[in-house]
Design a protein around this ligand. Sequence first.
Ligand code: GLA
Length: 718
Amino acid sequence: MNKRITVIIWFCCLPLWLIAATRTAIKIDTDALSLVFQVGDNGRLYQSYLGKRLHLQTDLSQLSLGTEAYITHGMEDYFEPAIHVVHNDFNSSLLLKYQSHETKQVSDGTSETIVTLQDDKYPVTVTLHYVAYAHENLIKTFTEISHQEKKPIELQKYASSMLHFSNAHYFLTEYSGDWAEEARPSTQPLYYGKKVIDTKLGSRANMFVSPFFQLALGDEASETEGEVILGSIGWTGNFQFTFEVNQLGGLRVISGINPYASAYKLSPNEVFRTPDFYFTYSFNGVGEASRNFHRWALKYQVKDGEKPRYTLLNNWENTSFNFNEEKLVNLMGEAKSFGLDIFLLDDGWFGTKYPRNDDHQGLGDWTEIQEKLPHGVGYLTEAAKKQGIKFGIWIEPEMVNPKSELYEKHPDWVIHLPNRDEYYFRNQLVLDLSNPQVQDFVFSILDNLMTKYPEIAFFKWDCNSPITNIYSYYLKEKQSHLYIEHVRGLYKILERVKAKYPNLPMMLCSGGGGRTDFEALKYFTEFWASDNTDPIERLYIQWGYSQVFPSKVICSHVTSWNRNTSIKFRTDVAMMGKLGFDINLSGLNENEASFCKQAIQNYNTLKPVILDGDMYRLVSPYVGNHTSTMYVSENQDKAVVFAFDIHPRYAETVWPVKLQGLDPQKQYKVQEINRMPNARGGQYAEPKTYSGEYLMQVGLNLFSAYSTSSKVIEVTAN
Ligand code: GLA
């Protein structure tokens, strides 16, 4: 018999599992989950499994092949692809075959798996990267695309990640809103068809929707139950998440830069590296998924994630543009007497020809206004030093008012159309960060300030306008690269800042919470979550951001935007994040002032728990009239519980709040703190002792039905 026929007959007689066993399998593990790929007989890469960790290598051979991992345009798939390229011969197909893979240990607890795929007809290479954080159960993915065709190829789609799910039901939660109403969750089931979440703001990720989502598999997830994925993209610009369910009920999730108006000409040998997509998978509800993100963010992603944070007094809500040296020095003294660490001078300190006395002019001209600051910023840093407080300053270096010397000198540095009327967002335009000269200028704003005034200890870096009037003088025929090159330019600037000033804490602001993404947080210690500081609204906004962001990075300030809430209520809300004040402290009465001083002291003691501990969202403001969140130290010896009666109803029945995350075996002392000096009564005013088990099974009576009010409870293991 012909030898080839013998081999075929022999192969056909093999049991299926043995054929499968011969497949190349790639397994990416964290402590609790596995992501498995296999190479099909056709040489293509398939996602065979994503779920609870599979421990036995032998089980891999039982897995069916699954769905192609990184689906290309132009082949046999009828749904949304991950990648779409157009070759030099205008052929727009791509067929990726497995070439190789390797897994390397990056550090203790972190490994990276790289899978290389190659087209068999065109010299195009795609590498898929999966960085697995074992203990945080989080996987970071990104993709690199390159080629050796003669001339540039065009990338029309270039996803960071494609993931496949196969479940009876899917529930997607998005976090949308607007300026001053950021991160409002809404959940919808996914059926056949496509749901796209994306933005086209250019200079920021967020205004209408946050760059993260929650996806529950099978059933809707609660804080403590259910299978749920949390995903987020690290890109400070246009992003896109696509969720598509096919006719068989399979779901694909494609994440990356929004390819809208962004076809990219990729030169031979240039590597197109997508942004990072991060996801975690919890089998015990959303709370655990959030804690995975928080731990990972502080350990691996956020600038100085494991270092302490400072409290501050900001002058913006208090003085707006109306200040002078004397006023500012007085504010520094007040901040110091309240026990705050930094005085932060906001907008309105610069502009010579066009002084920035309102938001219509001066942006771009970074020299002090003579009338307001005749002795310059140096006088203020000196005054701060004398008062024993650090000094911080606001800049918005990527922007320009058309009424400015900068615009007059360098109109070609500004993104605007050469032949049309300009359209302004907050009376300003965006500088073209794709231009290296502009990158130098933006870097020099901070660098000059630091060189001249090395005592500056903190920056608030703002970015108020999305990109409008989109046209780059610098990019010329490559206009479709602008959205991408602009963000890359921003990162180049921030890299330089970080390299030269590695220990400089910086707050990122973008007209409220426009820049709330994890790539930006590599360079910033914290972000301004919203211009809305009404404490009731903040309970909802902070709840939304807490899905993926740790409390340490969410700036929360006490202001006068208060809807008649007490200073205690406002301070208690702000203490759940990175605490600051942006209020006229001298306008507080004696009781209020002494409450604030005590609360700041409490905060300083409890910072390690609130900012570095584990967060448990106990009662959602979205399901009733009350809300509660707690923080627990890693060793479970200390916890802080915040409880708020938002809109209590007359004669409403209120239920005990069951705590979480404690050690059931330990005994805990429970005591209410942050009490007004004249407060009377209260069940937990005097310390009481309970077991961890009792606190978690029975709970504490923290809610009341009388008025909008709040409680903070300190829980300490005996
Ligand atoms: C933005 C910020 C505010 C403040 C102003 C200053 O709106 O979100 O906090 O800094 O700019 O103009």
